[in-house]
Design a protein around this ligand. Structure first.
Ligand code: SF4
Ligand code: SF4
Length: 296
């Protein structure tokens, strides 16, 4: 039986594929998107989040941390992330809830027991389970076993991926994946590298290969003024000949900012697009015959 690290199981999700779904969030990601809404997912190992505004200054964390990672500096209470090993002892002793350890080791058996509780909702709504992240593909053997177990239980499966892996890795899960939610973040390789830390050659090669191999795919495009906006025409031209089920244009928003602060990460912000800008963008795609929608 495989074990893996997850950071959330979210029931009643309606944005991650058809029907009512339960989304399993796996830890670990091989991209570093500047606008990431789930930066607590980047490392596979558990990560400590500190919400300073909840801290009541009781000092428990200073006493219990075996590494001396909680310190007082001129900025007040800080966590030296180079010392923290993610043991979670301070979070267990923070009764104010200011410290939270994100990420938990679980077996596929434990995840399936939780997912099967929601099976009646899947059947009644045409829903199922979506594996997201982070990047679901980072824990491939764990993901594959979960997909197989879901299919054995008659559950519709979706995998949310940014596509940055050799295609052979996708072949391992293709037979058990009913739907891919596939991100295209930029078309120009240099823009892609600047925004995500990696180039996009695997990403642009894998999408046609998945489709040629019979996969059903919904493409998701984050739409970020001053980020990837100038690539939208090229992304539309790339998608035009491809038989994708749908293209979802996702308007940038700033929900990840608080999380980044709690993880001690630097923040980069972009302007949010207006409704008019998103409508114009939608037209760029639909006038090419692409089945596009946009979500705010
Ligand atoms: S998670 Fe462990 S090592 Fe990290 S700050 Fe808390 S007690 Fe210290
Ligand atoms: S244990 Fe929690 S509330 Fe107490 S000082 Fe540490 S972070 Fe603040």
């Amino acid at each position: 039986m495989q074990t893996g690290t997850i950071f959330n199981i979210q029931p009643f999700s309606v944005y991650d594929g058809p029907g009512i779904r339960t989304t399993v969030f796996l830890k670990g990601c091989n991209l570093r998107c500047l606008w990431c809404h789930n930066p607590e997912s980047w490392q596979i190992a558990p990560q400590l989040q500190f919400q300073e505004e909840k801290c009541v200054g009781c000092g428990n964390c200073f006493k219990v941390c075996p590494k001396g990672a909680h310190q007082i500096s001129e900025r007040g209470h800080i966590i030296d992330r180079t010392l923290c090993v993610g043991c979670g002892i301070c979070a267990q002793n923070c009764y104010a809830g200011a410290l939270v350890l994100t990420g938990k080791r679980v077996t596929t058996e434990e995840v399936m027991a939780r997912l099967l509780e929601d099976a009646p909702y899947f059947k009644n709504s045409g829903g199922g389970v979506t594996f997201s992240g982070g990047e679901a593909m980072m824990q491939l053997e764990f993901l594959k076993e979960l997909l197989i177990r879901c299919k054995e239980a008659g559950i519709h499966t979706a995998v949310d991926t940014a596509g940055h892996f050799p295609f052979e890795q996708y072949q391992k899960i293709l037979p058990y994946t009913d739907l891919f939610l596939y991100d295209i973040k930029a078309y120009d390789p240099e823009t892609h590298r600047r925004l995500t830390g990696v180039d996009n050659h695997h990403i642009l090669e894998n999408l046609p290969l998945l489709l040629q191999n019979g996969a059903e795919v919904i493409v998701r495009v984050p739409c970020i003024p001053d980020g990837n906006w100038q690539d939208m025409e090229q992304i539309a031209c790339y998608l035009e000949p491809l038989p994708v089920k749908q293209v979802e244009l996702l308007a940038y928003h700033r929900l990840g900012e608080g999380k980044r602060k709690s993880l001690g990460m630097e923040m980069e912000t972009f302007p949010a697009p207006s409704v008019k800008e998103m409508e114009g963008l939608l037209e760029t795609f639909t006038k090419k015959g692409i089945p596009a929608v946009y979500n705010r």
